[in-house]
Design a protein around this ligand. Structure first.
Ligand code: ME8
Length: 648
């Protein structure tokens, strides 16, 4: 069986953010799940690089559109692996394979008589890349609240109105075509309201695919963009057509559920050859507010992943928001769920299980005896979790799948308490202890499979600690547990670090400080007497002798403590190879907890005149670091040179 899933291709006027990460992570979980079931999977994402919006964005930056496109597209290509995205292909609309495919689709639609030349006069919204009728405008703006422009230009028209009846009949015959249902109802209402022919070419700018046989026109960016789902399939990949599901945000459902099937129908595709489903998810706000550049709250998923792990971010996005509904990204909730659900329910279960094995079975996988009601109940919970998660993923409800899987974690934790292996050990019943621990190991193994679509890295780590081979999905092999996994006894378990280390109150404060977006400068009160900037631009060159006056040394932080009443300062002792560690007071407290600094190999300005911060608080040097004070990165020296070694 083949499963073909796509994300929207993202505009390159923005770098990857939590919104684009959200859709991409959801698609990734689906792709990984279907691979695990032994299906042949194709997972496509990419970038939408043409159109007036991009042409203007490039002009604002003063670079050619292609240069701009190459740079921003790279930021997407490089971002996704950092979130463990396993896309099989990445399509860019400026690639020849795509532009040729768009022209071919155009020719087919035109040759079938559905594209004709005319003149467009009406409203256009560059931000939405959409045409609007007078009726659709709200207070002189687009329905999304963006500026519109009056346009009058020669244009090719697609005969969308001809497809109204066929679309409605298709919707009728395919009740799952758009999900969730309320989105489908909106789409149907829109089509029933009457369809106007659609302008599908522009002449007032040039950044796009040339219209075949009429180079004055470029293809309308949505005709161009939607075609990516088709053009990216190479000759050997046609078997993936039609797409199983296009996952999109709600603001682009009209393009996917109306225009796209109509373009395909017009090109000669039969109803059976149209995409199987458009899944429309909701809109994310950030701490209750709309995410936007002007509000300064566009969240960088890579920064969040770097702070709390990609898997924690993936989990949060897919668990905290009911897929299909609008949702809110709350930093507080993210950190709470890391400690409770990921740390307590999942991480502790693995830790406890491996800890009990270390204590009672010499760290080996024990053999499982007959077992009783408790074991049968847990086995049944495992099978139920796998079935419920399967059903939820079939309906594209990852939040419910995670709910079912985490219910198994909680059930297994309750089982440990009820089965009380420590009491059995005290009674000397080693066989019973073995059975309990083998039952728990079986749940942990099943969890490492069930969670792998969502938490690929942590699931791999679980398997490493459980001494299981990495999961290697292969076509035709179904790995989804239908029954509790049974293991031969004897393997040596390999306990390791906690999967999700606990975030204590101090770290929580620090993380909230670091992750919560800052308001644009105009909205915050001017900071009190700002400290001198640490990165002044050099206006004058210095000689090598001047540089030689700096005594830079390798140091190792041996202790660190907060300074009462000074939020930004940490009081450090740094080993510089001198008889006593140096005292250095550094403005690092907004970026690091004291514990995070101990053991770090840093670069110290060792001959800076002592500086007194307050009575008795004297610093005898400075650490080199880069970045804003709430997000500093220390200049570090890798293993090797001993403390005190000169840095030159
Ligand atoms: O629309 N909440 O590209 P785009 C949830 N190029 N999802 C969000 C989001 C948010 N706050 N912000 C963005 C385009 N998204 C076209 C698509 S497809 C042929 C062409 C996600 O860069 C969501 O999936 O504006 C949304 O549909 C998509 O990013 C829009 O990306």
């Amino acid at each position: 069986m083949a499963f073909y899933v796509t994300t929207p291709i993202y505009y390159i006027n923005a770098r990857p953010h939590v919104g684009s990460a959200y859709t991409t992570i959801a698609c990734d979980a689906l792709a990984r799940y279907h691979r695990l079931r032994g299906e042949r999977v194709r997972f496509l994402t990419g970038t939408d690089e043409h159109g007036q919006k991009i042409e203007r964005a490039a002009a604002e930056r003063g670079v050619a559109p292609q240069v701009f496109a190459d740079e921003v597209a790279r930021s997407f290509v490089e971002a996704w692996p950092q979130l463990s995205i396993s896309n099989d292909d990445f399509v860019r609309t400026t690639e020849p394979r795509h532009t040729a495919g768009v022209q071919e689709l155009w020719r087919r639609v035109r040759d079938n008589g559905h594209i004709t030349l005319g003149e467009y006069e009406g409203w256009y919204c560059v931000a939405d890349e959409a045409f609007y009728t007078e009726k659709e405008l709200v207070d002189g703006k687009s329905p999304t609240g963006r500026a519109v422009e009056r346009v009058r230009e020669p244009s090719y028209f697609f005969a969308l109105s001809r497809f109204q009846e066929r679309l409605l009949a298709f919707y009728e015959a395919h009740p799952g075509f758009v999900a969730p249902e309320h989105r489908f109802n909106e789409v149907k209402a829109f089509v029933r309201g009457g369809l106007q022919d659609l302008s599908v070419s522009r002449t007032t700018f040039t950044w796009g695919v040339k219209v075949p046989d009429d180079e004055r026109h470029v293809v309308y960016v949505w005709f161009d963009a939607l075609a990516n789902y088709l053009t990216s399939l190479g000759p050997g990949e046609r078997e993936f057509w039609p797409p199983s599901v296009h996952v999109i945000g709600k603001e682009i459902s009209r393009f996917h559920a109306v225009y796209w099937p109509a373009f395909l129908m017009a090109a000669g595709y039969s109803d059976d050859e149209l995409p199987r489903q458009i899944y429309v998810h909701g809109w994310l706000t950030v701490d209750g507010e709309k995410m936007s550049k002007s509000a300064g709250n566009v969240l960088d998923p890579l920064k969040i992943a770097a702070e709390v792990s990609a898997d924690a971010l993936r989990y949060y996005l897919l668990r905290a928001v009911s897929f299909g509904q609008d949702g809110d990204f709350s930093h507080e909730d993210l950190l709470t769920r890391i400690n409770t659900e990921l740390g307590n329910d999942l991480g502790n279960l693995l830790n406890r299980t491996l800890g009990l094995c270390a204590k009672n079975t010499g760290g080996l996988v024990p053999s499982r005896g007959e077992g009783g009601d408790l074991e049968r109940a847990l086995d049944a919970a495992l099978v139920k979790a796998a079935r419920d998660a399967e059903a939820a993923l079939g309906r594209i409800e990852p939040h419910r799948a995670l709910d079912a899987i985490f219910e198994l974690c909680r059930e297994a934790n309750r089982y440990v308490d009820k089965a009380a292996p420590w009491a059995e050990a005290k009674r000397g019943d080693a066989a019973r202890v073995g059975t309990i621990l083998a039952t728990l190991l079986s749940v942990c193994e099943a969890l490492s499979v069930l969670l792998s679509p969502f938490l690929p890295e942590k699931s791999a780590e679980m398997r490493r600690q459980l001494a299981l081979a990495p999961l290697a999905p292969r076509e035709g092999e179904d790995h989804w547990p239908a029954a509790p996994p049974v293991r031969a006894p004897g393997a040596t378990l390999s306990p390791g670090q906690p999967l999700f280390p606990r975030i204590d109150d101090d770290q929580r404060r620090l993380l909230l400080e670091r992750l919560t977006p800052r308001r644009p400068a105009a909205e915050v009160a001017a900071p009190p007497a700002a400290p001198a900037p640490t990165t002044e631009t050099n206006k004058q060159d210095i000689s090598i002798d001047d540089f030689g006056k700096l005594d830079l040394r390798v140091g190792v932080v041996v202790s660190a403590a907060r300074v009462p009443k000074k939020d930004k300062l940490l009081d450090l002792r740094v080993d510089l190879g001198e008889p006593e560690p140096r005292r250095i007071v550094a403005g690092l407290a907004l970026s690091f907890t004291p514990e995070a600094l101990v053991g770090r190999r840093v670069v110290v300005v060792a001959n800076l005149a002592p500086r007194e911060f307050s009575k008795g608080l004297v610093s005898h040097g400075m650490l080199l670091a880069a970045g804003p004070s709430e997000d500093l990165r220390l200049v570090a020296v890798p293993d090797g040179p001993a403390p005190g070694t000169r840095v030159k």
